[in-house]
Design a protein around this ligand. Structure first.
Ligand code: GLN
Length: 197
């Protein structure tokens, strides 16, 4: 998480860690980080985050799920491990690249980010893959047969960890979504915000 915060600050915005549902009041955007999706699911239950997260997403606030965060946001997870938020209309498979290959890096092309012809060095750590997606989902990057980055309205999803390479273009893209949302373009906002990301 601290890497995400550092990257957000490098990109010129302010980030705060959210530890309780009340911490979501007024945020302009939210990153659900990687880790272990089952653990994140348990924490969401334990700290009673679910309704606040669903409300945040439905109100049009940009939410970016990376790796385990993507799994938590997906509507469908093969062999679902828990309830999940079901925010984004995608189906994912966990640990899609094999458990024996814990992590690897790969240059991928990500559509829509700045200088998109220049590959982005993506770090995959026991990464999921997006196997299927609804009609409203825009594919931004593929690796092999699978989709590894996508967007659906105010939801951004990546199977890899964009915070680990020192390349801020994906966080910049997310911050652009946040700024557009603050400007009220194409959103369904209803909640209060202040200057936090
Ligand atoms: N494999 C993990 C899970 O299923 C995700 C790994 C990660 O976030 N780097 O939750």
């Amino acid at each position: 998480m601290s890497e995400h915060l550092a990257m957000i600050e490098e990109c010129g915005a302010r980030g705060v860690e959210v530890k309780r549902p009340s911490g979501l009041d007024g945020v302009h955007g939210l990153i659900i980080p990687g880790g272990e999706s089952t653990t994140i699911g348990k924490l969401i239950d334990e700290y009673k985050f679910e309704s606040a997260l669903l409300e945040l997403g439905a109100s049009g606030v940009p939410v970016f799920g990376t790796c385990a965060g993507l799994i938590v946001m997906a509507a469908r997870v093969e062999g679902r491990h828990g309830p999940g938020l079901r925010l984004a209309d995608v189906g994912v498979r966990r640990n899609a690249f094999g458990r024996q290959v814990d992590s690897f890096e790969e240059d991928i092309v990500v559509r829509g980010i700045e200088d998109e012809g220049r590959p982005f060095r993506a770090v995959f750590i026991r990464a999921p893959v997006i196997e299927e997606a609804g009609a409203g989902v825009e594919v931004m990057a593929r690796f092999g047969e699978g989709v590894v980055m996508a967007r659906e309205d105010n939801y951004l999803l990546s199977a890899f960890h964009p915070e680990l390479t020192g390349d801020g273009r994906i966080h910049d893209y997310f911050l652009r979504m946040v700024r557009e949302s603050i400007g009220g373009i194409g959103t369904r906002r209803s909640i209060k915000r202040d200057s936090e990301v």
